[in-house]
Design a protein around this ligand. Sequence first.
Ligand code: FDA
Length: 424
Amino acid sequence: MSNLAAGSHCDLAIIGAGAAGLAAAIFAGEAAQRSDLRRIVLLDGAKTLGAKILVSGGGRCNVTHDEVSPTDFFGNRRIIKNVLAAFSVEETLQWFTSMGVELKREETGKLFPVSDKSRTVLNALVDRCRRLGVTVCPDHRVRTIEQGRGAEAGFRIHHAHGTLLAKKVILATGGRSIPKSGSDGFGYELARRLGHQVTPTVPALVPLVLDDRIFHKTLSGLSQEVELTTTVNGKTVDVRTGSLLWTHFGISGPVVMDASRFFCQARGQDEPVAVYANFLPGQTQEQVRQWFMEQAQDHPRRSLGKTLAQLFPERFADAIIQHAGCEGQTASAQLPRKDRDHLIVMLTKFPFPIVKDRGWNYAEVTAGGVPLEEINFRTMESKLVPGLYFVGEILDCDGRIGGFNFQWAWTTGRLAGRSAMNVL
Ligand code: FDA
């Protein structure tokens, strides 16, 4: 790892050595062999590189997904589609193989390194950068970027140890999630000062905190399949089915994380937002009512608790019965109609009393960022500032859980790295 001498210069400076910056550096380094631009410098504010890659996928790094489509992302899907087309999953797998990282597919379609260790991925990326002659500089936080004027084209980059002159710059500073990793949102400020807009940023892929007065604590650790519906101003904006995890603070799990961006965006804009669960995905209230009536007829003396335990884990059955104001011991045939109807609503349209999201320290990504409309999707170059490129999470695009955010980082990194070297 290098320390830059005062007043150094380079052809390409990449700011941020996360997934997108490392990918950009590698593709630029490879393209440099065929380009008259040669010197590439990768700067990062963190003392040790790759914090986020290391924690990703529960320490296993979910590198990508076996099927990637624009609908796995939020943002301008027309542009996202064009970007994704530049680097297929097949090519991504080959790229990792070429760096000595074999990937395996899990049942869910997620791809992980065979080693099950994020470290394998991080080491391969950093080693490849070094071998390609990229100057890698941790502990070089960038404070300002000035555009050169007149004869002095390019950029002046003021970092923790001095100034670097660069003909071109790739901004790969990530978003705001896990600020202590170094991605604290300052990159947006750098983008703004260079003339770019930044759409409002809110946490995405984040767990949600529930009102302490409900039962979530008693269910902590329990997972169940649910259908989540998010409404904003009474209008449905998202419906998805998947696994919900009850926790000591509220709700998490893939379906909650994926839906959280809609909740956070609405809250960020002070719009009334509600998230409902159907704990019997695919079943309508009418179907559930029918089932209850059949149960009451066939097993009139069976308790409500036992009746519901046929459909749900006992802990959940007990909690929801109590929450609905019913008695678990009541014989199913004796359940007053009003109580039964209320219980059915609780089972099929349960309104989560969400207090807040869990915040940037727990969010996996950022929704919002530099608008894709300000970027040339063929090159990732800014339409406003020639020679400036954007890659990864700093852009206004966020993917759902499953390896999609890394795929976005690799793909945008590849496009920018190659085009900054004038090789496409
Ligand atoms: P990233 O944030 O990774 O890197 C930005 C870099 O820029 C940082 O190293 C930072 O230090 C540096 N930087 C910032 N400002 C700077 C400045 N002013 N000067 C110099 N350097 C600066 N995705 C996925 O696809 N599969 C997964 O398994 C997971 N798992 C996961 C788990 C957890 C806990 C989190 C938090 C996130 C994930 N993700 C994920 C999301 C994924 O990690 C994320 O989308 C990418 O890391 C984004 O890559 P970037 O390179 O754009 O930003």
